[in-house]
Design a protein around this ligand. Structure first.
Ligand code: AKG
Length: 296
């Protein structure tokens, strides 16, 4: 029930930490991420807090794009996002800019874990707000270790060892031009992942299905084994039930952006949802995503 402990050997600094809920998320005070990019002790402390709280929030980060990228790359190599290209002057930095011309039905509004339609989804990301709408445009994060922990025991038993396929087509990809969608599917081949993954740094068990998950690949029931059927009765309901766990408010934190607010999240143990309730206003975000491991 207790969050992962802060690892020993890390120097205490001037960071003040205020948890935002009992489950997920903390706001950090007294930190500049430009300094943290250069200071090993400060960086280690932030990394440990990230493992503990899963998403960290900071305000008033009037940092340059170079500092944003420098801080994020302390967490690991930055990825070139395969769908949204990087800023040419700052490889690894993606602009997520929305305005009157962005079709509100074509993006956001899905609880997801980034990039599970790839073999190695990102480890995490650092997102900075450049311009926020007057109202709306919050982002929600969900603690998927807590979602796993609170599953009934019989469900935990049922899903142990289960694997599922993930596809970009299941959500955001569905509104892409057909040719582009097929290109991405051919490149990334709709990988399968464990339904319960283990966090490589904290050993926590994490419920690892989301809006990109299409179906189980090894769900067998006595019925479909006995009658040699491919489909397994009840599989769709079980998957829908597991996916719906991310919508439980007790597992969530909701963040109100201001210009220069930053969120740092662990993509292995969380999902997120950018709330599309501000169109046609402008919302500008910049994100650096960090390369991740193959889930196990
Ligand atoms: C992402 O970066 O994966 C998002 O879903 C965007 C989050 C946001 O703009 O708040």
């Amino acid at each position: 029930d207790t969050p992962a402990p802060v690892r020993p050997g890390v120097l205490r600094t001037s960071i003040r930490v205020e948890p935002l809920t009992c489950t997920i998320g903390a706001e950090l005070f007294g930190v500049n991420l430009g300094d943290a990019a250069r200071d090993d002790d400060l960086f280690s402390e932030i990394k440990n807090l990230l493992l503990q709280y899963k998403v960290l929030f900071l305000r008033n980060q009037d940092i340059t794009r170079a500092e944003h990228v420098a801080f994020a790359s302390r967490l690991g190599p930055l990825e070139d996002h395969p769908v949204v290209g990087s800023d040419p002057d700052h490889p690894g930095l993606v602009r997520i800019y929305k305005d009157l011309n962005s079709n509100p039905e074509h993006y956001e509004n899905a609880l997801h874990c980034d990039g599970t339609w790839r073999e190695c989804p990102p480890m995490g990301a650092v997102l900075r707000c450049v311009e926020t709408p007057e109202v709306g445009g919050d982002t929600i994060w969900v603690n998927m270790a807590e979602a796993y922990r609170r599953l009934p025991d019989h469900i935990k038993t049922q899903i142990a060892g289960l694997r599922a396929r993930h596809s970009i087509e299941a959500t955001f990809g569905a509104v892409m031009p057909m040719e582009r969608r097929h290109q991405l599917k051919a490149q990334f081949k709709d990988p399968e992942h464990p339904v319960v993954r283990t966090h490589p740094e904290t050993d926590e068990k994490i419920l690892f299905v989301n809006a990109f998950t299409t179906h189980f690949v090894n769900y067998h029931t006595p019925e479909n084994v006995r009658f040699g059927q491919d489909y397994a009765p009840g599989a769709g309901n079980l998957l829908a039930y597991l996916i719906s766990q991310a919508a439980v408010p007790e597992y969530q934190v909701r963040w109100r952006w201001q210009k220069n607010s930053v969120a740092i999240w662990d993509n292995r143990s969380t999902q997120h949802y950018a709330v599309q309730d501000y169109w046609p206003a402008v919302r500008k975000m910049e994100r650096a995503g960090i390369v991740g491991d193959r889930p196990f």
